[in-house]
Design a protein around this ligand. Structure first.
Ligand code: SF4
Length: 267
């Protein structure tokens, strides 16, 4: 039986025509919804009975994206047991301390032990630890250059971009529209750096999710008949230090975290 570990795995068996008849903007967006259990494979009218019969049962057994992420997390933890910690720490901008990798993420210290267990005084979830372990395993160690690119300009980014916009930039823009304090909170809580006027933005905040993976959130206020705009930029080396799919996952996790913080503030 085929196991789909990610939306990209499932995407490979879809027609890849982005015809939108499933009411989603692309085949990749459809794959992500199916993996989450929010759509059935049969909602794509172009799949043969054979494909549906072969794969739907397997997909129906998946109950939630959290379960999916936890399964991926266990696989990554197994790979971490084989990692050369000294080399990985040097490559990723972390340090080795007490036989653990200690890494600074968004201004907070996280530690990874030999079993791949991630600990921190902050709340952690699979949303955050999956991209973090991928960063440790896959980062090539390229030093950021300060040249910023949109997500779609990263390697493979155009393929993921419709889903990325839907899950990352659009909800973050809505949050920024509703919560004017958002950007000062990001600076205070996550050691962000104010970086206004880049790309003529009204507000800019630079964050460092991982030591060699900076991102820049730019926000343009509404003007007369123009609505507000938000875009997240990545260093041109980002794709060397984390595959584009995991940058999408990282960003989705960050947006969920920002939404939770904002809900707590508004209580
Ligand atoms: S209906 Fe099928 S082919 Fe069309 S976009 Fe959706 S998944 Fe892709």
């Amino acid at each position: 039986m085929t196991t789909f570990k990610s939306p990209l795995d499932l995407y490979k068996i879809l027609p890849q025509t982005n015809c939108k008849q499933c009411q989603l903007p692309s085949c990749l967006a459809f794959a992500a919804e199916v993996i989450k259990g929010e759509k059935r494979l049969s909602a794509c009218p172009h799949l043969s009975r054979k494909i549906l019969d072969t794969h739907q049962g397997n997909l129906s057994a998946r109950t939630s994206l959290d379960q999916e992420l936890n399964a991926v997390l266990h696989e990554l933890q197994a790979k971490v047991t084989d990692l050369d910690f000294k080399e990985a720490a040097a490559r990723t901008g972390a340090v080795l301390a007490n036989n653990r990798i200690r890494i600074n993420c968004l201004g907070n210290k996280f530690e990874i032990d030999r079993q791949g267990k991630v600990t921190s005084h902050c709340h952690t979830s699979a949303w955050f630890t999956v991209p973090l372990l991928n960063y440790l395993l896959l980062a090539k160690g390229s030093e950021p250059t300060g040249n910023w690119l949109a997500y779609r300009e990263l390697p493979g980014g155009s393929e993921w971009n419709p889903l990325y916009e839907q899950r990352c930039e659009t909800p973050l823009k809505k949050l920024a529209d509703k919560e004017p304090e958002l950007f000062s909170d990001l600076v205070d809580i996550f050691s962000g750096r104010q970086s206004d006027h880049r790309f003529d933005a009204d507000i800019g905040v630079e964050l460092l999710p991982y030591p060699k993976l900076p991102l820049l959130i730019c926000y343009w206020l509404p003007e007369e008949d123009l609505s507000s705009k938000l875009q997240i930029f990545y260093d041109e080396t980002a794709g060397h230090n984390l595959p584009t799919e995991y940058i999408y996952r990282l960003c989705t996790g960050l947006v969920v975290m920002f939404e939770k913080i904002s809900q707590r503030h508004s209580r």
